[in-house]
Design a protein around this ligand. Sequence first.
Ligand SMILES: [Zn+2]
Length: 75
Amino acid sequence: MTTYPPKITFGELRASGVRDVLVYCRDHKCGHHIAISADRWPDHIRLSDIEPDFVCTACGAEVRPKFSRARMGTG
Ligand SMILES: [Zn+2]
């Protein structure tokens, strides 16, 4: 599983061939994660910029700033 540093931008993410990202819940006991298309954010936005926009829909905790490829083996 690949995790990207929060300072990476969505433009850089897309340039690496990633179209979808996984966002993980901060709570290990919850472990909820969602896959989101990266296409919704413009190229200059950093992953860290969108962290405040996410709250876990399962437990209500802030999400962990952890983004991964939603699909494996395509790159
Ligand atoms: Zn959660």
